[in-house]
Every structure is written in C-alpha cells, then in structure tokens.
Design a protein around this ligand. Structure first.
Ligand code: FES
Ligand code: FE
Length: 431
C-alpha cells in the first residue's frame, strides 16, 4: 500500500479513509493475513458450552473451529479439521458429545482433542502414534465469560492486555447479573453486500440514529417513550482499536430501566432490580450498569450493543464487498421469565435482522458500497469530534480508533496503546 489509505491529519483536524479500503480485493486479502490471522478474535460465550461435552462449531476469522467444553472441565478451541485428511470434524452448529467422530473414515477424538479411535489400525506401521494426531488446539482465553482465540502463536499480548480499556465496558455487561450472563439460545445469521468495516462503523455510529431510524423513533414516541437525545453522551477511544459510545438513560432497558414502552406491571420488578444494584454497586455505578446505553466495539470484529436489549454481534468479512453477521442476545441467567420475554421481543423489534433498525442499517451500508463504485469521490470523512475535548456519541472518535489500529496492523506494526485522542487535542489547541 504505497498510497496511504488512512489520512489522519491532526493539524487540520481532518480524518479521511480512502474508499479502496472497502472495495479492493488486495486490501481484503491483506486484512486476513495482517488482522484476522494475528489479533485476538471473539469465538463465543462460555454459557454456550455450559457443561462437559457441550460444544459449538463456527467460523472465526475465516477458519472453522470448535469451541469445546472437555470432560475435564477445560474449555478449548480446536481447528475443525480432521488430522487424517482434513474433513470438517463437526458439522453440527452445537451439541453435546463425549467424542467427535469424523464422517470420512470414522477417526474419533475425545472432547479434549485426543485421537482415541482409528478403524483398522493394522494399516499403520510402528511409527504411527495416536498422540501425534490429536486435534490442533488454538491459543484461547476468556474474559468474564467472553472466549477469544488467536491464530498467531507470536501474539505478544495476553487477552486482557489486548482488550485494553474495553475491559471496563465488558465489566459493565458482565455485572448485569449476580448469577452470570448467558446467551439466549438461537442465533440470527445474516449478511450484507458490503464491506465488513462498514458494519463496524455503523454499529458504533450514533450520528445516524435520528436520521436513519425515523420509523423506530416514531414507534418509541407512539408508545410514550422518549428516544435518545440528539446530543450528549460521550464517545471513547479504548486503545488498540477498541472504542465505545455511551448515552444517558433515555431508551428503555429490560434489565432495570422502565419506560412506558414496557408493561406497567413489570415496573415494580425492574425498580426492585435497580434498587438491588444500587445497594451492591453504589448509586453511580449501578446507574451506569442498568441505565446507560452503550455500543462497545472490540477490534477487529466484535460489537457488544447494550441498548434496549443486549446484543453480541460478530461481523466477518467474506471478500471485499460481502460480510456475514451473527447476532445473539445476552441476558442475566436469573432473569424473571416475563422480563426475559420482553427482552427477546425488544431485541427482535430493534436489533433483529427484521426489526426496526437493522434493515435500515444494512440497506444504508449496502448503499455506501454501491456509492463507492462511482470512484470519483475518493475519501470518506470521519473527522467529527476531533475538535472536542470530550467527543459526544454523535462524533466519530471510536471509528477513528478502529481505523488507526487497522492502519498500524496493515503496515505490519503490532500497534500499541497510544493516546491518539491526546494528539487530537494537541491539534485542536493549535487551531
Ligand atoms: Fe477424518 Fe479420514 S478425514 S477420518
Ligand atoms: Fe443503526
């Protein structure tokens, strides 16, 4: 990449991204090698493999993997590829097994990854040792129930180091239950004819909310709720490409923030939860946990959207102009059944692929992708808020944090925790 793609001009407080970043096949191929083969990537939530023997299989960073809870209690991430001749060992998305049996020639592997059975073993000589053919295990770790994997044995950071300032926000999610959080069974698998980074940008972009989601805003208003204010809240760069937006309490939250969108009968129960949290965490932190709306972006491809319901959204590239999106809802394990139903309904109503918001978002990012075909307009602008000490949610600081890390990794720099926003401020002072 001779010509810079990310043009970060701190003097002029200008931040531009060359649209080749969204359209060029070579860029897409380099992203797989320099980003997805190297970073820590989200695999799943521990609650998806709750017992010894439970597993899920899915694609992570373009690679098929199995997240397995072994009979010894350990949670591991295996390559979903038989060590014999490579078939996918597991084609079920989830289940419960003592062992995995490869459908091609019936080799079997324990849920700890050991090769346990080979049919007609006398076809192999004395040098054949089962111990050499265990499933390939990837380096994995979890933070407060969120399991990540890295395909880079040289990845210098532990998961916690990698998550940098994002841990503060994951804590705000994980603290929403005294008994732990769980993924509600069933995922929404969909996609878009657009570059994967457009969905990352969109998921942390509050600037568009009132403009693009007018139908949802009027729906909320028709139910007597106040949609999020136009101004306010704050955006943050959390280091190493992660960012967040946090809004003051306005929209309803099924956990403990009642508004007229919800059944009045549930109000006392939600208020009791709010009181319990205030007791446990103190008023200020409890308010932040239960009342604020958040969008947390974890580089490169995980969004945790803690607004209305709580959504985990994993966004995977499929070439330059197509992506796969996986969404699941996360909820407190001990949730009141009626509130759980309410949560599910609001999750589907707003964030589901057929809800009020996501179809708008998909349509608009597909429209951006089509707009790039014109090619005359070379850059997209992401400079909102570079002039402010505390950028608002309608500013683009989290997106700039994403792009700065993207740029470092694409240039082969591992990236480091740098206070890019401080540099923005110095630029602002010079103005
Ligand atoms: Fe799996 Fe042969 S490829 S047993
Ligand atoms: Fe949106």
């Amino acid at each position: 990449m001779d010509d810079p793609i990310v043009v970060d001009d701190l003097e002029r407080l200008s931040f531009r991204v060359d649209r080749r970043a969204y359209t060029d096949d070579d860029v897409a191929a380099q992203e797989m090698a320099r980003i997805f083969d190297r970073c820590w990537l989200y695999v799943g939530h521990e609650s998806e493999v709750p017992e010894p023997g439970s597993f899920v299989s899915r694609e992570v960073g373009g690679r098929p993997v199995i997240l397995a809870h072994g009979s010894d209690g350990a949670i591991r991430v295996f390559a979903n590829s038989c060590t014999h001749r490579g078939a996918l060992l597991c084609s079920q998305p989830a289940g419960q097994v003592k062992s995995f049996r490869c459908p091609y020639h019936d080799w079997t592997f324990s849920n700890k990854g050991e090769l346990t059975g080979v049919p007609i073993p006398d076809g192999y000589g004395p040098g054949f040792r089962k111990a050499d053919f265990g499933l390939a295990q990837h380096r994995s770790d979890s933070y407060r129930g969120f399991v990540f994997v890295t395909f880079d044995p040289q990845q210098p950071r532990t998961l916690t180091e990698y998550l940098a300032g994002a841990t503060e926000y994951i804590d705000l999610v994980a603290d929403q239950s005294e008994t732990g959080m769980e993924v509600i069974q069933g995922a929404q698998l969909h996609g878009a004819q657009a570059n994967w980074k457009l969905m990352m940008e969109n998921s942390v972009d509050i600037y568009h909310f009132r403009a693009l989601h007018k139908r949802y805003v009027s729906y909320m208003q028709s139910l007597g709720s106040v949609p999020p204010r136009r101004r306010g809240g704050f955006g943050r760069a959390l280091g190493l490409g992660h960012g967040a937006n946090e809004l003051p309490p306005a929209a309803a939250r099924p956990l403990a923030h009642w508004t007229p969108m919800f059944d009045p009968e549930l109000r006392p129960r939600m208020e009791a939860t709010a009181a319990r949290f205030a007791e446990k965490f103190g008023a200020e932190r409890a308010q932040r946990i239960t009342g604020m709306n958040r969008a947390l972006m974890i580089f490169p491809n995980l969004m945790i959207i803690d607004a209305i319901a709580l959504t985990i959204r994993k966004i995977d590239p499929v070439g330059a102009d197509r992506m796969a999106i996986t969404s699941v809802a996360l909820a407190p394990k001990d949730e009141d059944p009626e509130i759980r139903e309410l949560r599910k309904s609001h999750y589907l109503t707003f964030l589901g692929p057929a809800g009020f918001a996501t179809p708008d978002d998909i349509e608009i990012i597909e429209s951006c992708q089509r707009g790039y075909r014109n090619r005359t307009v070379r850059y997209s602008d992401l400079s909102r808020g570079m002039n402010k000490e505390i950028p608002e949610t309608t500013d683009e600081l989290p997106a700039r944090e994403f792009w700065r890390q993207w740029d470092r990794l694409m240039h082969g720099d591992d990236g480091h925790f740098e206070v890019a926003h401080q540099a923005e401020l110095q630029g602002a002072e010079k103005e």
